[in-house]
Design a protein around this ligand. Structure first.
Ligand code: FAD
Length: 118
């Protein structure tokens, strides 16, 4: 007999199960997918962790949260610096002043822009 049946082994279900179990509750977790982790699941392909459902980055400025998640896994330091290739040119994402300069020649203010947007 279970105290809780948890549908979904993603972050929400997994954390709920973990915390309930710590408090003496008997839980059963089910998932329609063949793996745990929900959308943050990583598949190991030739020794490389591939984010199956899209890249996930964990960020928090809350030490309590950081200490909590570190009990489950060791985290890598990661800097996200995506770029877009548009018509053979590389642009920074998300948009910043460098992107505006690369696209439209915008300097530090819109009035100094090389091109006019009508
Ligand atoms: C592409 C992408 C990128 C993201 N990037 C970030 C990021 O960088 N940083 C960040 O903090 N968050 C990110 N998120 C958000 C993050 O993925 C979610 O906030 C988090 O995974 C939600 O966890 P969850 O447990 O609520 O849901 P999910 O991870 O969706 O887990 C739900 C689980 O329930 C199962 N389920 C659903 N219905 C049923 C059913 N009827 N029967 C059985 N099982 C069922 C599903 O199969 C799934 O495994 C991103 C999301 C996506 C899609």
């Amino acid at each position: 007999m279970y105290d809780y049946l948890i549908v979904g082994a993603g972050l929400s279900g997994a954390i709920f199960a973990y915390e309930a179990n710590k408090r003496g509750k008997k839980v059963k977790v089910i998932d329609k997918r063949e793996h745990i982790g929900g959308n943050i699941y990583c598949q190991s392909i030739e020794g490389i962790n591939v984010h199956k459902y899209g890249a996930h980055i964990f960020h928090t400025s809350n030490k309590k949260v950081w200490d909590y998640v570190n009990q489950f896994a060791e985290f890598n330091n990661y800097i996200n610096s995506p770029i877009a290739n548009y018509q053979g040119h590389l642009y920074n994402l998300p948009f910043n002043m460098n992107t505006f300069y690369a696209l439209w020649g915008t300097k530090d203010t819109p009035t100094k822009s090389r091109t006019k947007i009508s």
